[in-house]
Design a protein around this ligand. Sequence first.
Ligand code: PLP
Ligand code: ZN
Length: 393
Amino acid sequence: MEKMYAPTTYVSHLACSKCGQEFDIKSLQTFATCCERPLIVRYNFLDLGKEELIGRPLNMWRYREVLPVIHDENIVSLSEGMTPILDMPRLSQKYGLRTVILKDEGLNPTGSFKSRGLSMAVSKAKELGVTECVIPTAGNAGGALSAYCARAGMKVTVLMPDITPDIFQEECKFYGADLILVDGLIDRCGELSKEVQERTGAFNMSTLKEPYRIEGKKTMGYEIAEQLNWQLPDVIIYPTGGGTGLIGIWKAFKEMVELGWIHEEDLPKMVVVQTENCAPVVKYIHGQEIDEATIKRSIANGLAVPKAFGRDLIKETVEESNGYAITVSEDQIYESTLEIGSQEGISVATEGGAIWAALKDLVSDGRVKSDEKILLLNTGSGNKYLENLRNYR
Ligand SMILES: Cc1ncc(COP(=O)(O)O)c(C=O)c1O
Ligand SMILES: [Zn+2]
């Protein structure tokens, strides 16, 4: 079909991620009630050449056709995305690795990759008439939602574990959010967020219980391909809590295969990393039992997610990509975070330290080869974690 207008969206419908049942995209949706699974946005991929991206804005909205917002005036943006991909020359040399690169999501407007998901979710919420939101968070998503709601003129309530470092709490207040501190981890915040939702009528932005955060996160996948000149890495290592980013990146790769921008046989192995303190997804993928009583907090707050609603999609991604799911210890996370800071000058979140620790383990047990091209997805800025690191010493 010939394109006659300025870029607009190719969005088609929402589908249950298990059975494919279609859901109305023009009304506010949560998750697929048929199978209790996340909803996925589907597109009609028309003719779109990757060369058409040239000259577009240097943020995630450059992939306009494959994003779900219908009218441009509903876009709520702080110019998120197009974060740099850095090399790691000193650590690569030290460990004898040929190519290790790091996508630095800490440089997003709210200091983490959560900017992407929440920019998209708030834009769609605005398009569908929402004026008030609520979110359970491990920290970064709450700050991001607060910022985008401020920009959209929406009211917002954030529920966060009371052990979350002060900076995450202050960030929400800075953007004018109502903050509720909860005695428990994010799953308890999730339960309480339903009460706020019922009491106030606020729209609940809980991970994968609304369909659009994943569409923001998937832009990391589009960027990885474009920034690397359409030559994908062999391995992508991702710190996994709720898993939206991992699922989103994989979705982007599949969409780009459909668009003819990349080849299916070049897709990377996707590696899920969790902490020994809280590894329900790794256990689920390996078919092991999950004993909720043993779950503990982590210095990588975003990894302390006791129940991942999207765990089947995460499992499918790891299996389809021939990837791995592994855990690292809190000590490894601490040491590896500081190792990147002191050796490469990059301010990584402890979640970013976790994936570097995981890579070293994967190389030493031979699952990743030293000549493979490895991309670490650092999801946040280390500046937000200095308190965690200090208290861990
Ligand atoms: C810095 C950071 N990394 C990773 C995660 C986990 O993200 P996901 O839900 O995409 O697995 C979070 C979530 O809070 C986070 O804040
Ligand atoms: Zn279904």
